[in-house]
Design a protein around this ligand. Sequence first.
Ligand code: NDP
Ligand code: MG
Length: 346
Amino acid sequence: MKIYYDDDANLELIKKLNVTIVGYGSQGHAHANNLNDSGVDVTVGLREGSSSWKKAEDAGLKVKSVAESVLDADMVMILAPDEFQKGIYENQIKSNLKSNAILGFAHGFNIHFKKIIPDQGNSVIMIAPKGPGHTVRNTYINGGGVPSLIAIYEDSTNGEFSAKDIALSYAKANGGTRAGVLETTFKEETETDLFGEQAVLCGGITALIKAGYETLVEAGYSPEMAYFECLHETKLITDLIQEGGIANMHYSISNTAEYGDYLSGPKVITDKTKEAMKEILENIQSGNFANEFLDDCRQSNDGSGGPFMKSNRKSTEDHSIEKVGKELRSKMKFLNSEKLVDKEKN
Ligand code: NDP
Ligand code: MG
């Protein structure tokens, strides 16, 4: 698979365009500031009365209402939450967008599941950093970047440069080509991203941590011990796996731990788990998951998630692993330093 680095992308292309970034949250603040520091002409589009308006202005960025911000834009990068993108696109972007403007996304959700149907003439591209916004910004500042995906859904450019050239140029301005950029499709990015976060990265790992913690606490061990064992140490282990692979982690841990890994891992994650994972994937591929999520969001108008989301947030908050964890983490001030720095900046 071809991986694109700095030398494969031409920064001058994106510098010739007026780029509007809609939203100034996790991804929005990172892309807007990275592009601005790379010499790109950036405007941030926000809703009237947005609490982010002043933050973006204080960072030296031009800020306009979404409708105004897209009028002159050659490229509009939509970095508001996925569940609001359709409404923002239909009410504030569509009728104000130049007929040949490029629409950009950092996740294929709304395009792939056909929630947003762009007009003919608009190219549709994706530049998706594989990391949270604070990392996209902090790595850029430190001279690095976050590996990113690009994808082209529609190339309506008919000039010298293709939509892919522009996606690579944007990725370069955002620091992505410093780490490596892979080309994918909207379908592949959307379905694998949703599957990964549901089955492994977010849903899978939190279910595993909670089940392990509960097993120890129910057997009479102290919550503090169970917390360190089942939650705190996951980072130490996953860091080893990320840095050097699974065998590298096995090499670093004791032989006792390695033996126990081989013996018990397959008892925890069984064929039944894999069956469940297949069902999760099918539910994503069919578009059912997207509809369920958007239906839940529609049942609440305050923008903070629907009833399913809220009740699960509440039961997570009430779980004893969160209570004991809060206490223990307050004594470990060195944790989360990267995020704390980022919050101060925002
Ligand atoms: P955030 O939740 O951080 O976005 C919040 C921003 O969107 C705020 O500036 C908010 O405005 C603005 N916003 C919300 N609703 C509206 C609205 N109705 N009109 C105008 N602006 C609005 O989003 P993320 O950065 O998490 O996600 C953005 C995109 O990036 C998504 O497509 C996501 O899938 C993708 N992505 C996210 C990653 C992540 O780590 N978070 C990683 C990779 C991709 P206000 O300031 O007024 O509240
Ligand atoms: Mg992801």
